[in-house]
Design a protein around this ligand. Sequence first.
Ligand SMILES: CCCCCCCCCCCC/C=C/CC(=O)SCCNC(=O)CCNC(=O)[C@H](O)C(C)(C)COP(=O)(O)OP(=O)(O)OC[C@H]1O[C@@H](n2cnc3c(N)ncnc32)[C@H](O)[C@@H]1OP(=O)(O)O
Length: 275
Amino acid sequence: MLRRLILSRNNTFINCRYASQSMVQTTVDEKSGIATVTMNKSPVNSLNLEFLDEIKTELNKLEKDKVKGMMLTSGLQKIFSAGLDITEFYNPNPDRLSKFWSTLQDTWLTLYKTPFPTAAIINGHSPAGGCLFAMSCDYRIMVGPKYTIGLNETKLGIVAPKWFIDTMVAVIGQRKAEISLTTGKMYTTDEALHIGLIDESVPDVNTALTQGNLFLNNFQRISPWAYKMTKDITRQSTVQWLIDNKQKDLDFVVTYLQSAEVQKSLGLYLQSLKK
Ligand SMILES: CCCCCCCCCCCC/C=C/CC(=O)SCCNC(=O)CCNC(=O)[C@H](O)C(C)(C)COP(=O)(O)OP(=O)(O)OC[C@H]1O[C@@H](n2cnc3c(N)ncnc32)[C@H](O)[C@@H]1OP(=O)(O)O
């Protein structure tokens, strides 16, 4: 792991930590203690086993370093994240599929439970797993108006697992989540703002980063202990369900994803993407 100091947009030095050929770049503003984690896996930030593992490792490091907040964003031009890497579960190797799903569970738990406040800077399309990661942050700022966000699993002929669903319910409520999930709807920035899936829509990424910093700076005046306890209590039932049902969730997903019917749907969906 290498470290270097670079000059940030507001002329303060930021501590930049990066690994060679890393898919995740992190900078920490020395003055505010706020980290920016940038996902950088071309072409679409699809979440495969190695990428998830890197994100989880980075989040754990930030916790150890006691950062004051974190913004999650993308280094790609028009995509926040295309969600889970479909090639991990189309014609999968069963052992790798198990490892992939366990890593997803752990990465999500780490992100959803961070002891520091988080903001998603959604600077591109954010379907499915990309939307899950954005919803798992404490606050969402999306660059409009061109991009879309949502849990579109039914469009792939698959079903969002219970903890994806519960995460969405926590953000937009039962009724809107049910409609969104069953129809697999991808929302435009304006629509997402209207239903509360995002908190702010802004015209460009610099404004999004400024607003993200503003949101996270609110917590300078809040006791970290009070923040963490409140977040734990608020998110407890969703988190506890997964902790108690990790193996059941894994077994179900691995079996279900390998069924002939699901594999057929995924094959057709992948083909449509290639076109
Ligand atoms: C009791 C009942 C309980 C039931 C429980 C069931 C539980 C089991 C179910 C398991 C659930 C699994 C959950 C999955 C969640 C997911 O995240 S699935 C992934 C969903 N993602 C998408 O649908 C996004 C698809 N991609 C796009 O829409 C577009 O690519 C884009 C808008 C992101 C970008 O568009 P564009 O810039 O035009 O790029 P493209 O040319 O489309 O793509 C470039 C390149 O990338 C490949 N690609 C795109 N997305 C993915 C992906 N998610 N995974 C892998 N690969 C992807 C695309 O095919 C192109 O490849 P080529 O360059 O053509 O080779």
